[in-house]
Design a protein around this ligand. Structure first.
Ligand SMILES: [Zn+2]
Length: 303
């Protein structure tokens, strides 16, 4: 993804895992093979593999840079984290790609001022911590980690109700609580302003459904608006088949409502959408179709 410049504020993508081909029936429980056939032409072989029918997903963060603040949004899977067989792609990773890609943008771990997590699923909190001398240690030592209060409290209650349970496949214990214990977490309410510069602003909006306290990150500058949508939508096929819901959705009806609202808002505000798992170039615009539905047009990767 090329750098998105909204004024003095700019946004880049930081890739951890460029491409993972995922069984569609695992991600979307009501998925049917005819859906791939129906939308293969519209989506193309970079999004649906024409032989296996698998869906292309990417794991990446975005970094928003305002004058004075470097804000990292979502932190992917992370290294050295034990995960169950159903989450094999994130089990005990040993990759330097993520920190290397961050460094390629001129950013070291100590340059990150704020880490935002749209929600606290394991593939959005992984690089919050890394293993140092056998202890989970905040990867970004100078950062404030900003979490939605309702999201954090939801998972804390899950743990309180089942002591010893590996919440979020263990990610709550290895990637969230150590940062809390280090005193680096700020729990905030929806609407929270993360950063401002002149008339440019970064803030959180409630986007519940995928998880109880999921938020989206809105960025407004003189040259336009961008919305970092976390897991409100996982794959572009969901534009074409709006009945699909993710296996991980906490409240399907609310998730569908939030998704629909996001699409309408992107169209109305002509906002650029930056989802958490769309393959490169990842960002694009939502377009309204004549039949009342929506489709997605990726940004031209070459520009
Ligand atoms: Zn998620």
């Amino acid at each position: 993804m090329r750098t998105i410049e909204l004024g003095h504020t700019r946004i880049d993508k930081v890739t951890e895992m460029e491409l993972l081909w995922m069984e569609p029936g695992w991600l979307y429980p009501t998925y049917e093979p005819w859906m791939a056939e129906r939308h293969a032409d519209a989506l193309g072989p970079t999004l649906i593999d024409p032989v296996s029918g698998k869906l292309a997903l990417s794991f990446h963060s975005y970094v928003i840079r305002t004058p004075g603040r470097n804000i990292l949004v979502d932190t992917c899977n992370g290294n050295d984290k034990p995960r169950p067989p159903s989450m094999a792609w994130q089990h005990m990773l040993k990759s330097q790609d993520y920190l290397r890609n961050l460094a390629a943008l001129g950013l070291g771990a100590t340059d990150i001022d704020i880490v935002l997590c749209t929600h606290l699923h394991s593939d959005h909190v992984g690089w919050n911590t890394q293993l140092v001398d056998g202890r989970w240690t905040p990867t970004f030592p100078k950062a404030r980690y900003v979490f939605s209060r309702s999201e954090f409290e939801h998972w804390a209650q899950v743990l309180a109700g089942r002591p010893g349970h590996r919440v979020g496949h263990g990610s709550f214990q290895d990637s969230v609580l150590p940062v809390v214990e280090a005193g680096q977490v700020d729990l905030v309410d929806a609407g929270h302003t993360v950063a401002t510069y002149l008339d440019e602003r970064v803030w959180l909006e409630p986007a519940p459904g995928h998880t109880a306290g999921h938020v989206s990150v809105h960025v407004q500058g003189p040259r336009g608006k961008a919305i970092l949508s976390g897991d409100i939508i996982h794959h572009p096929i969901a534009f074409h088949e709006p009945s699909l819901y993710s296996v991980a959705d906490f409240d399907r009806a609310q998730a569908a409502q939030t998704r629909r609202y996001l699409f309408e808002h992107c169209v109305d505000a002509n906002a650029l959408l930056l989802p958490g798992h769309f393959p490169a170039p990842s960002a694009g615009h939502v377009l309204r179709c004549s039949h009342g539905g929506f489709r997605f047009r990726f940004l031209d990767a070459s520009r």
